[in-house]
Design a protein around this ligand. Structure first.
Ligand SMILES: NC(=O)c1ccc[n+]([C@@H]2O[C@H](COP(=O)([O-])OP(=O)(O)OC[C@H]3O[C@@H](n4cnc5c(N)ncnc54)[C@H](OP(=O)(O)O)[C@@H]3O)[C@@H](O)[C@H]2O)c1
Length: 177
């Protein structure tokens, strides 16, 4: 079981504004550019995300995922999944390792891990194998952080890096054991 991150961040390290707004990110998404999401998701079996990410995606007109999604949340665990997402989404209050074990029981092996707090928790638990980080050339000054406190340094190996005409810079890192 391995966790994999594919996420965009402002240059100053935020994935969303304090209220969860990602308009600054969507505004810079050039549909002419392939930032590699389809290739990334192709070999993932399931998605785990935090309530913060779920609550944003749930406002979209269409549900964007065709993989089973496990939403980690103390608040949502035990509450019913909205009708339109039944069979696509599960809510659970699980620690990272237990979440991975639950997904493994469903046959998943490679898991897309999404959401700032959840990525941080999975990194602390040593469950992330690699991260594709796309840096957007904007400073937003405040917001929800991609990375946070760690019990110790985590060494990463740069696997690849590329830039796009739009100014996005995408780096792939392997998390070293
Ligand atoms: N820039 C990007 O590429 C990108 C990607 C993903 C998301 N986003 C944006 O980022 C925002 C969400 O990120 P976020 O960092 O605020 O939240 P998040 O990681 O998506 O969700 C955090 C919530 O997950 C729940 N949770 C359950 N178990 C947890 C655990 N073990 N560790 C941490 N959290 C756990 C908690 O909710 P309870 O209080 O219910 O327990 C916590 O408040 C949204 O605005 C979303 O649109 C941006």
């Amino acid at each position: 079981m391995t966790g994999h991150v594919f996420i965009a961040t402002s240059l100053d390290g935020y994935i969303a504004r304090p209220d969860g707004d990602i308009g600054w990110l969507l505004a810079r998404d050039d549909p002419q550019e392939d930032h590699g999401y389809d290739a990334f998701i192709a070999d993932k079996d399931a998605i785990v995300m935090g309530r913060g990410s779920y609550e944003k995606v749930a406002t979209f007109d269409t549900w964007p995922y065709d993989r089973p999604v496990l939403v980690l949340s103390r608040q949502l665990a035990g509450t019913p999944v909205p009708d339109r997402l039944r069979g696509k989404v599960r809510f659970a209050d699980l620690a990272p390792l237990d979440a991975m074990r639950a997904l493994e029981q469903d046959g998943a092996r490679r898991v897309y891990v999404d959401g700032g707090q959840v990525v941080q928790a999975f990194l602390r638990a040593g469950l992330i194998e690699d991260m594709v980080i796309t840096t957007v050339p904007v400073l937003i000054g405040a917001g929800r952080r991609l990375f946070g406190e760690l019990p110790g340094d985590r060494d990463l190996a740069l696997v690849a890096s590329r830039s796009f005409p739009s100014g996005l810079v995408q780096s792939t890192y392997r998390v070293l054991p």
